[in-house]
Design a protein. Structure first.
Length: 363
């Protein structure tokens, strides 16, 4: 731990020791599981979506999809069992409870939130793919709870600016985004059957493939929102957390990476964030928040950049040569060279080179 660095953040009046949140999912599906994650450097934990009654997902309900996950997981122990477990829960990090209003209608969800507040929730949150339910549940919960109220938005909401305004008028304290993206499908080529077991075999995509979508969304939300924003979607390392914060997030949620790599990922990311801040001479993450918006305001477009290879960094692996659609990179007598007149300046080689031997244009 690097002691001069302060990773703590204030999320709608609740202090988190660091910005990392375990978002809703199977790792927060019971008190026992929550306690295991709380042993790691996590800033807050959000429960899996709490339903009225116990529910089970048909097998299989969570499978790898490229580097991400496709899930059809709606399993839950039910509201009464949750209340019992949460009253026994012993953790030092703030607990956030989630009720999904697609399973529990807004009127009941607001009542659930009042009880969950009494069970120890520091923040109550709601998620739904139907945003009208979110507006309704926030205004109902505002009458029933004193703790901050958060919502998690689904991907690709139209009229985002207006929705944020309506949520803020209804009394929302923080906005998280985003939920998994879908529906999606994967098929077993031996049988032709879907790999997931739910209706139609469909599921929702999470993990690294959705990071760029989530980052764009967070940048848009934080452009409009007055309340703090929590960035969720595809986060698996400190670089992803930094991007979320630069896009405007106050805190950052993840779930798929904690499933695929284990909850020790929170310790690794927190320590990597500290190293990054020390290395760059920053004291806290607030100095980086919304950096993207400041850079966009001063940025102009570039049309004349062409790739060039720094021979002292190049190991001759040939990845850039194979990925150049223009055939502009060739192996010369003294290493890889770019035929500048052929190069279109697209940038693929910059991001495929594992050695950082091809620098992007200076901005
Ligand atoms: C297996 C699984 C189950 C999930 N269950 C819930 C849920 O019960 N409620 C909810 O709001 N989001 C749920 N999510 C969505 C995550 O909280 C998160 O918004 C999404 O997966 C994107 O983050 P990630 O890429 O870090 O996983 C689930 C995600 C996964 C992978
Ligand atoms: S910038 Fe694009 S076109 Fe130019 S060398 Fe790299 S991959 Fe080829
Ligand atoms: S990808 Fe990078 S290291 Fe590999 S040959 Fe190209 S410039 Fe060299």
């Amino acid at each position: 731990m690097v002691s001069s660095i302060d990773l703590s953040v204030d999320l709608a009046g609740v202090r988190l020791a660091n910005p990392l949140i375990l978002s809703e999912g199977p790792l927060s599906g019971s008190a026992r599981l929550i306690e295991k994650v709380a042993e790691h450097r996590v800033g807050a934990i959000i429960t899996k979506s709490i339903r009225q009654e116990k529910a089970q997902s048909p097998n299989l309900y969570m499978i790898k999809a490229g580097r991400g996950l496709l899930n059809a997981d709606w399993s839950d122990m039910g509201f009464k069992a949750w209340c019992h477990e949460l009253r026994q829960l012993q953790i030092k990090v703030p607990l956030i409870t989630n009720v999904a209003t697609n399973h529990v209608p807004p009127r009941e969800a607001a009542e659930f939130a009042a009880v969950l507040q009494d069970c120890g929730a520091s923040i109550v949150t709601f998620s739904d793919y139907e945003v009208e339910n979110l507006v309704e549940v926030v205004s109902r919960a505002r009458q029933r709870v004193q703790v901050p109220i958060m919502v998690k938005l689904p991907p690709f909401v139209p009229n985002l600016n207006r929705l944020i305004q309506r949520l803020e008028e209804a009394g929302v304290s923080a906005i998280a985004a985003m939920d998994a993206v879908g529906p999606g499908l994967l098929i077993d080529i031996e049988t032709g059957a879907p790999l997931l077991g739910g209706p139609g075999g469909s599921g929702y995509l999470s993990g690294p493939p959705i990071l760029p979508l989530a980052l764009h969304y967070i940048a848009e939300i934080s452009r409009h929102a007055k309340v703090p924003v929590v960035g969720v979607g595809g986060v698996g390392g400190y670089q992803d957390v930094l991007q979320m914060i630069m896009a405007g997030a106050t805190a950052v949620g993840l779930h798929s990476a904690a499933i695929l790599q284990g909850p020790g990922i929170f310790d690794k990311i927190a320590s990597d964030l500290e190293q990054y801040l020390v290395g760059k001479g920053f004291q806290n993450l607030g100095q980086l928040r919304r950096l993207l918006h400041r850079r966009l305001a001063e940025q102009s477009e570039i049309y004349d950049w062409r790739a060039s290879i720094r021979q002292e960094l190049c190991n001759g692996c040939g990845l850039c040569l194979r990925s150049c659609f223009k055939g502009a990179i060739n192996e010369g007598a003294h290493g890889m060279v770019v035929a500048t007149e052929e190069c279109a300046g697209c940038g693929v080689c910059v991001t495929t080179c594992p050695r950082g031997a091809i620098a992007p244009p200076a901005r």
